[in-house]
Design a protein around this ligand. Structure first.
Ligand SMILES: *[C@@H]1O[C@H](CO)[C@@H](O)[C@H](O)[C@H]1NC(C)=O
Ligand SMILES: *[C@@H]1O[C@H](CO)[C@@H](O)[C@H](O)[C@H]1NC(C)=O
Ligand SMILES: *[C@@H]1O[C@H](CO)[C@@H](O)[C@H](O)[C@H]1NC(C)=O
Ligand SMILES: *[C@@H]1O[C@H](CO)[C@@H](O)[C@H](O)[C@H]1NC(C)=O
Ligand SMILES: *[C@@H]1O[C@H](CO)[C@@H](O)[C@H](O)[C@H]1NC(C)=O
Ligand SMILES: *[C@@H]1O[C@H](CO)[C@@H](O)[C@H](O)[C@H]1NC(C)=O
Ligand SMILES: *[C@@H]1O[C@H](CO)[C@@H](O)[C@H](O)[C@H]1NC(C)=O
Ligand SMILES: *[C@@H]1O[C@H](CO)[C@@H](O)[C@H](O)[C@H]1NC(C)=O
Ligand SMILES: *[C@@H]1O[C@H](CO)[C@@H](O)[C@H](O)[C@H]1NC(C)=O
Length: 751
């Protein structure tokens, strides 16, 4: 087998063709099922009839949905404000074998190989086997490469001269782009091959203030003939490439380099980079092929939209992870390729633990657009940074025209960004990041919340009015529990960071932040021992999605177990079934942490069986290849079953256990304070191994009985439920904040 394929999408294929749940994978009887037993490979004999369910390829710079006529490039958007969406570049990489376009006797096989980052099509013909590899090159990042190998079945026979083999192919770039004004394509000969190039500019600026000029884009591609002609025996590989960049010279050089590189070497250079990624970390599941495939598919998709670490030519700025990845984003359904809280709250936590460099890249996108967030705060009469609900090229508010109220009220996105910064600092203690904008980011988000909180002399609390929590069925509420907790955390973090940064950053009023946070209202019903979603929430009222339950996780807000249990069971009963995918994974984490395995399993099943690749249950699919829902599912594994928790002063592992119907769950390459840790859970043992430790941050683990110093190569067996804590020394002389809200300032502190 030539290459490797992307996992998640072909699972989507199954969903699409059957119109049923993921459980369809269990029915391995029909032609549209995934027939591969390799956990990294998805294979089918037919493509979905609905193109949305195609898998995709990408390398963080360019991406495409398989066999679509469109390629998208990181940071290339067209359209004004809420209309800003990924700009369509015609796909001069969309080469089809005619034998896959029409009815014919050769049934093609399609593979998404997530390990090698390649999609392959294999057609077994009378006289030849044709294999097409399509991949977004992970080293020559401007390129999407097609390699078509034709292997003759004839043995060399001097007595018989077979005719040549002709394979019909077709380039299908679709119509001209509505987003980009392209000049006429120009042909030239490079190394004896005809190559076309075209340059153009996006038609509409997202916001004249922040983007006075249109965006440039140039593409190069090799001319594609009608037929590939191969001698009667032997094997030949034909390489075609398309390159894209905003800079013509870069696109051109990349194409030349690709064409000058030998075909196998070209592919190996690509595979090498994928291996490099997987070598650093991974989540491994044994004993359950279906779950293993989902996990491998998710990482494949995430990494396909994240920038290359090593590339032939330097990369441009990175513009974030959107809910359907880089391969989609041209339409409202695909959320136009925008960034939402989805990035920080749903995708980021798992990425942070395994690939902190990518967590850094995601925060960097926010830092680079922070000055726009400062303007937004000012324009609404507030201080600091108010990040927009939806953000694309400039960082201005680009929420879809349908839904002005989410832009107006879902201000928690700024708190979610601060929480992401908190978790980044907790696991990396990256002082350079603090110096290069981190101190300012954290402080300014706190300034925003401090300016949003209003003292209420009757109640003795600070209120935050006119917001919307994650539950978008309730708009313009006061004291959304989720919003107030992320706001409170933001202010406490600024207090902590003021101490960490004191040698090089002047924070204005750190004590003031902590005072406001302490007295920020937290709706709590003492009779029913649960958190109403906001002030005045009428019990029994249905909600769209997980909201208050996020207090327990990911926010890890301290509360009594009874309260946690009541929040989980109550909100489970009022969440509407037409809500998005991420709710149930958070319920699973909640029950796992409380030790209710049975209920957790029910929630876990619900979280992925109905819609791990789609936003909504069928028949309302919503967004496809929904990275947000995938993120929830991954968190249920890593923070639920494996039980990992990140706190400012420690890493904790609580009740580590196997997911249902598995024999092993291993998280390899977790990065904590510069150390590289592997948590391995199987049917007999739970162990933690340190591969390396940063000398600056010696680590002590409490294994339930003793404190053990972690040293490279040491494996510590964890017995019991824990919590097992891993700590280092304190960071500077800075105490971690109280992180408690809802304490009326009218009462003396501590009572
Ligand atoms: C699996 O196949 C059986 C028998 O054809 C069918 O009854 C069942 O609904 C299928 N399951 C799914 C999830 O499609
Ligand atoms: C290949 O398929 C395309 C589209 O169906 C068609 O236009 C073209 O004529 C075919 N080429 C050959 C050689 O059959
Ligand atoms: C394009 O890239 C080339 C080569 O890196 C560089 O010399 C040139 O300045 C770039 N042009 C623009 C407009 O950025
Ligand atoms: C202040 O709190 C009281 C008591 O909780 C409440 O009734 C009132 O509506 C609040 N005032 C404002 C302006 O929100
Ligand atoms: C939100 O509620 C306030 C009252 O707190 C009201 O004045 C305002 O008009 C409401 N805004 C919208 C868009 O409903
Ligand atoms: C939590 O439980 C303790 C002990 O049962 C009780 O004293 C305390 O009031 C509870 N806290 C809350 C917020 O209900
Ligand atoms: C969860 O799904 C698995 C696999 O389909 C099934 O065996 C198990 O009974 C389900 N568990 C619950 C609690 O529904
Ligand atoms: C971390 O340790 C794992 C397990 O030994 C190893 O596979 C991986 O390469 C290491 N990662 C780094 C970045 O050192
Ligand atoms: C382990 O270390 C922690 C923190 O340094 C300390 O509080 C605790 O008492 C130690 N436990 C044992 C059993 O030595």
């Amino acid at each position: 087998m030539l290459g490797v394929l992307a996992a998640a999408a072909l699972v989507v294929v199954l969903l699409a063709t059957k119109g049923a749940s993921l459980a369809v994978v269990e029915n391995l009887s029909t032609e549209t099922d995934d027939v591969s037993k390799d956990p990294h490979v998805f294979s089918t004999y037919s493509l979905p009839s609905d193109d949305r369910f195609m898998p995709s390829i990408g390398n963080g710079h360019v991406a495409t949905n398989m066999f679509s006529d469109t390629v998208y490039m990181n940071g290339l958007y067209n359209g004004f404000k809420g209309e800003s969406h990924r700009a369509r570049i015609p796909s001069w990489a969309n080469i089809r074998l005619n034998s896959t376009l029409t009815q014919n006797p050769y049934s093609p096989m399609y593979n998404l190989d997530t390990k090698h980052g390649v999609f392959t099509v294999t057609v077994d013909r009378e006289r030849s086997v044709v294999t097409q590899r399509i991949y977004a090159h992970r080293f020559y990042t401007r390129a999407i490469v097609n390699q078509i190998q034709v292997a003759s079945k004839h043995r060399p026979d001097p007595n018989f001269l077979h005719p040549e083999i002709w394979i019909a192919i077709k380039l299908m770039p679709g119509p001209t782009s509505v987003d980009i004004a392209f000049e006429d394509p120009i042909p030239e000969i490079i190394d004896g091959r005809t190559v076309w190039s075209v340059c153009g500019q996006t038609k509409v600026s997202e916001d004249q203030t922040y983007q006075p000029l249109p965006l440039d884009v140039c593409a190069y591609w090799t001319s594609v003939p009608d037929h590939l002609v191969v001698p009667q025996h032997g094997t030949r590989v034909f390489t075609f490439a398309m390159t894209v960049d905003k800079n013509k010279t870069i696109a051109r050089h990349e194409l030349i380099k690709v064409l000058q590189t030998d075909g196998e070497e070209l592919f190996e250079k690509h595979v090498e980079q994928w291996q490099r990624l997987y070598q650093q970390a991974g989540v491994h599941i044994e004993g359950n092929l279906k779950l293993a495939k989902i996990v491998n598919g998710i990482w494949y998709y995430y990494l396909s939209s994240l920038p290359a670490e090593v590339s032939h030519q330097p990369l441009d700025r990175f513009f974030g992870l959107s809910p359907t990845g880089l391969a989609r984003g041209g339409t409202f359904d695909d959320y136009e390729g925008h960034n939402f809280w989805d990035t920080e709250t749903w995708m980021y936590p798992s990425i942070l633990l395994l690939y902190p460099q990518y967590a850094h890249a995601l925060l960097q996108y926010r830092l680079e657009t922070a000055y726009v967030a400062a303007h937004l705060a000012r324009s609404t009469g507030h201080k600091g940074y108010r990040f927009p609900w939806e953000s694309a090229y400039t960082g201005t508010e680009v929420t879809q025209p349908c839904c002005p109220e989410v832009a107006e009220f879902e201000q928690h996105v700024s708190g979610c960004i601060s929480f992401a910064a908190r978790q980044y600092l907790a696991t990396t203690r990256d002082e350079d990041w603090l110096k290069q904008g981190g101190c300012s980011l954290v402080t300014n988000i706190a300034d925003f919340w401090a300016s949003r909180a209003v003292i209420n002399y009757t109640s003795g609390f600070y209120d935050i009015e006119n917001v919307m929590g994650p539950d978008e069925d309730h708009s313009n509420v006061t004291n959304s529990a989720f919003t107030n907790v992320v706001a409170g955390y933001s202010m406490y973090l600024a207090q902590y960071v003021a101490c960490l940064c004191k040698d090089y950053y002047m924070s204005r009023e750190p004590e003031h932040y902590a005072d406001i946070a302490w007295s920020l209202a937290l709706p709590y019903d003492a009779d029913l021992d649960y958190h109403p979603q906001y002030t005045g929430y009428a019990r029994g009222e249905g909600i769209k999605q997980a909201d208050v339950v996020l207090l327990g996780f990911p926010l890890q807000y301290p509360m009594n177990e009874s309260t946690r249990m009541n929040d989980l069971s109550y909100y489970e009963s009022v969440t509407r079934s037409s809500g998005p995918a991420m709710t149930w994974s958070m319920h699973a984490v909640g029950h796992l942490r409380l030790g209710d395995r049975q209920h957790a399993e029910k929630m876990f099943n619900k979280s992925y069986k109905a819609y791990v690749w789609t936003e909504l249950r069928r028949p309302d699919v919503g967004a496809v290849n929904f990275h947000t829902g995938m993120g929830g599912f991954l968190q249920a594994l890593m923070f639920g079953y494996a039980g990992v928790s990140v706190y400012l002063d420690r890493l904790e592992i609580n009740r580590p256990q196997l997911p249902p119907q598995t024999t092993r769950l291993k998280i390899r390459g977790m990065k904590y304070l510069g150390a590289n840790l592997t948590l391995d859970i199987d049917e007999n043992d739970i162990s933690l191994t340190a591969t390396s430790i940063d000398d600056n941050w010696p680590l002590l683990i409490n294994n339930g009985k003793y404190n053990v110093t972690l040293v490279p190569g040491l494996t510590v067996t964890l017995s019991g439920d824990g919590p097992f804590t891993i700590r280092s020394k304190q960071w500077k002389d800075c105490k971690v904040p109280a992180d408690v809200i809802g304490q009326s300032y009218l009462r003396p502190i501590g009572t």
